[in-house]
Design a binder for this molecule. Structure first.
Ligand SMILES: O=c1ccn([C@@H]2O[C@H](COP(=O)(O)OP(=O)(O)O[C@H]3O[C@H](CO)[C@@H](O)[C@H](O)[C@H]3O)[C@@H](O)[C@H]2O)c(=O)[nH]1
Ligand SMILES: [Mn+2]
Length: 732
């Protein structure tokens, strides 16, 4: 490991390109914002304008709020840093046997909405990394406690004996079989026969799993083949079962754990932690903590990769790249984790629901990394095991010397399984630091951000890495309903952190940099941003309808800051999106989603946090569904927004859309009346209202013109019209 002659770092970090120009530009916006605030103060409505002055105060509060949030969002644009590893240097400097053991955790929670075939595709992609298999262990945590998932994993372990050598022989880039077979172009004569064979094996396996699932039982022949099935008897349910740990492939076994070419296979373990009624299981965080303990017994890899069951590995070299950060001689020991962005493979061309959010993933998250405080976001993240054990970072620390390798462990598979089961008992964590100081932190639906903050406050640094070839790809929701439920859970969990003792400004004070504290708040404050947004899409249109002006006249000098801030901010936002790889259409969709999210999901999240603060409800976790019907996915391909359900969120959405339409049309008609406010006074409101109408075009379409199953239900249309009309009439 020629330390002395290798001075070249294993990674470099580079500043974002337009830093200085951006700082100047953002200063001009700040001036504009201050002038807007000043306008609200000096131009306060005179006495006798009762209704107008209340609306005015609201505008002022909303603008203060928008302004402060804008200041917060500057933190992640101020200091953008991109990092690049050199995996060839790593290979030159470290022999195979000097590389650390790596444990990969995959978690699943429900065999119906997270189909076993999808889960094992993720597992197979993780098993076939370009990494010494004897140093690799893959763990599946099954919170669904399902024998179908277990069966699928057994099938995957068999299939891996063919799949891994196939991938390595043909240097397959895409190691998720489903994705590979869907896209493979066969231009290699050598490949033909083997491709045919392996594809057939895969299809057969898939059919066997499908058959078992549709029959709703595992046949006797299959059950007899593996002793593991004996764990499932009539009493086992998802919420009530003993702990199950099965080492399906024991990587230390050089005789049985080999693929068809005689090469070693990685270790493969199935775990369903014990669940008992009355014992909180702490959702994903609980599952990961159980895995941390179980894996420490079996393989104890010093690096842990965490994956959701729907997020597969898309780059066989990702482990080596991540190691460049951890093993860099100068700075590597400082890093607790390396987070990759969440990219998705099922995004349509114009990213209808704004999941492939380029600005968040290419800019904002890299922006926080600029303060050495990249956010851990649950999946696609490599962790240093030590940083999850509650240990504080200290300057003297110089790598994972203390991690005990399990290579020479002489215990049998059975002994290991029995020892591990104890660690997965639901009472194991009682009176321990698990969920507080150790492992992932409990009590929040976004355990990832919270854990990330606590790790950084213990002195560790973290890094964000977005490689050219995406390292991981997941599944994004494909209906608005599912998307909004997910966004609500996030916004709620995030805001809950802000409200708790973990508020970054307090908890992080003196421990992480101010930029990082603000960077966290860009996300933690999603939920309260719903209030000024709702105000802005309700009050100015209503005032417009009644001829009440809330903005300066177009001919006034005060008009300039408003126009400047609005135009400059939006033009810049478009420019930013384009420079991150978006198209104008994607940007437009993202603006629509932003309004939709803020006025519905984030608003409910806000309300829920307040209710929780009052002690009226507890943390829940609605698992995001990963399945849809053919009908729905066809519309998704065509980028037709999917409503279809009568969620209250849609009532709000519909009401706001109708309200803006009524106000715009009403005001336009009234413009001809002599005593109505002049267009010059109302131009800003006409513009705002017009923008809302444009943004909401798909909503009107779903309400009035579409006949498919994804349209807005009649009841929602009715409620929206009634509510919007009432609002228009109620205002004096
Ligand atoms: O009780 C539970 C609930 C969930 N999960 C697993 O957690 C993962 C994430 O759940 P999902 O329903 O897909 O939530 P998402 O909103 O897609 O998850 C995002 O947001 C979470 C925080 O809210 C992060 O933990 C995730 O990594 C991130 O992908 C999935 O693999 C689930 O199987 C469990 O293991 N046990
Ligand atoms: Mn998910």
């Amino acid at each position: 490991m020629g330390r002395d002659h290798d001075h070249e770092p294993l990674f470099v970090s580079k500043e974002g390109k337009v830093r200085v120009a951006y700082r100047v530009f953002s200063a001009t916006i700040m001036v504009g914002i201050c002038l807007i605030w000043l306008y609200r103060i000096v131009q306060f409505p005179r006495d006798g304008e009762e209704g107008r002055s209340w609306a005015w105060i609201g505008m002022f509060i909303a603008e203060l709020w928008f302004g402060f949030y804008w200041i917060i969002t500057q933190s992640v644009r101020w200091n953008v840093l991109y990092s690049f590893p050199f995996k060839d240097r790593l290979s030159q400097r470290y022999d195979q046997d000097k590389l650390p053991d790596v444990d990969i955790f995959v978690c699943t929670a429900d065999p119906v909405i997270e189909p076993p075939t999808m889960v094992i595709n993720t597992i197979l992609s993780a098993m076939s990394y370009n990494y010494p298999p004897e140093k690799l262990s893959v763990y599946l945590s099954d919170d669904g406690g399902s024998e179908f998932t277990f069966y699928a994993l057994l099938e995957a372990s068999n299939f891996s004996k063919y799949w891994i050598p196939f991938c390595k022989k043909f240097n397959v880039e895409q190691r998720n079989p489903e994705a590979y077979f869907a896209h493979v172009i066969n231009d290699n004569a050598d490949l033909s026969q083997e491709l045919f064979d392996i594809k057939k094996k895969y299809e057969d396996m898939k059919n066997r799993i499908k058959l078992a699932v549709t029959q709703g039982r595992i046949s006797k022949e299959i059950r007899d083949e593996h002793k593991g099935f004996s764990e499932w008897n009539d009493e086992v349910t998802k919420q009530n079962h003993q702990s199950i740990v099965q080492i399906i492939i024991d990587g230390k076994d050089n005789i049985n754990a080999v693929n068809k070419e005689g090469c070693q296979l990685p270790t493969l373990v199935y775990m369903a932690r014990e669940k008992r009624p009355g014992w909180p299981h702490n959702f994903k965080a609980g599952a990961i903590n159980a895995l941390i303990r179980v894996s420490s017994e079996i393989s104890n890899g010093s690096i842990i990769l965490k994956l959701d069951c729907d997020m597969y590995s898309n780059n066989a070299d990702a482990i080596r790249e991540a190691l460049c950060f951890f093993m860099d001689e100068k700075r590597g020991h400082e890093f607790a984790f390396v987070q990759h962005p969440h990219w998705f493979y099922n995004i349509t061309k114009n990213d209808l629901y704004s999941y492939y959010n380029h600005v968040i993933h290419k800019l904002e998250l890299a922006g926080i990394s600029g303060y050495d405080a990249a956010l851990y976001s649950g999946t696609g993240c490599f962790h240093r095991r030590e940083s999850l054990s509650g240990k504080k970072y200290s300057k003297d620390y110089s790598g994972d010397r203390d991690i005990e390798t399990k290579k020479n462990d002489q215990r049998s598979v059975h002994e290991l399984e029995e020892a591990s089961k104890l660690l997965a008992h639901c009472s194991y964590e009682k009176n321990t630091q698990w969920g507080k100081e150790m492992g992932l932190v409990y009590g929040c639906a976004v355990e990832d951000f919270l854990t990330s903050l606590t790790i950084q406050c213990r002195g560790w640094k973290s890094i964000y890495y977005n490689p050219e070839r995406n390292a991981f790809l997941g599944v994004a929701p494909i209906t608005l309903d599912i998307a909004l439920v997910q966004q609500k859970r996030w916004a709620e969990g995030l805001f809950q952190i802000f409200f708790s003792k973990y508020c970054p400004f307090i908890y992080g004070h003196g421990k992480i940099r101010l930029g990082a504290q603000m960077g966290y708040c860009v996300f933690l404050l999603w939920a309260p941003m719903s209030l000024p947004t709702l105000y802005y899409v309700i009050v100015p249109p209503l005032c417009l309808l009644h001829g009440i002006s809330l903005f300066p006249k177009a001919s006034s000098l005060w008009f300039i800051p408003f126009a400047y801030v609005f135009i400059a901010k939006n033009v810049y936002s478009l420019f930013e999106a384009l420079s991150c790889g978006s198209t104008p259409k994607i940007w437009w969709n993202s603006q629509r989603m932003l309004i939709i999210k803020r006025t519905t999901a984030f608003f409910f999240a806000f309300i829920n946090v307040i209710i929780k603060q009052l002690g009226l409800s507890e943390t829940t976790f609605a698992i995001t569904s990963k399945i849809v019907t053919e009908d729905v996915s066809k519309r998704y391909e065509q980028e037709i927004m999917e409503f279809g359900s009568s969620s209250v969120m849609f009532t709000i959405l519909g009401t706001l859309a109708m309200l803006n339409l009524f106000c715009l049309v009403g005001a336009t008609l009234k413009m001809v009346l002599p005593d109505f406010g002049a267009l010059e006074n109302l131009i800003s409101q006409v513009f705002l209202c017009g923008m809302m109408v444009l943004i909401n075009l798909p909503v009107y379409e779903a309400m009035f013109f579409r006949k498919d199953n994804g349209c807005l239900p009649f009841s929602i249309m009715l409620k929206s019209i009634v509510l919007a009309s009432l609002a228009c009439l109620m205002m004096p």
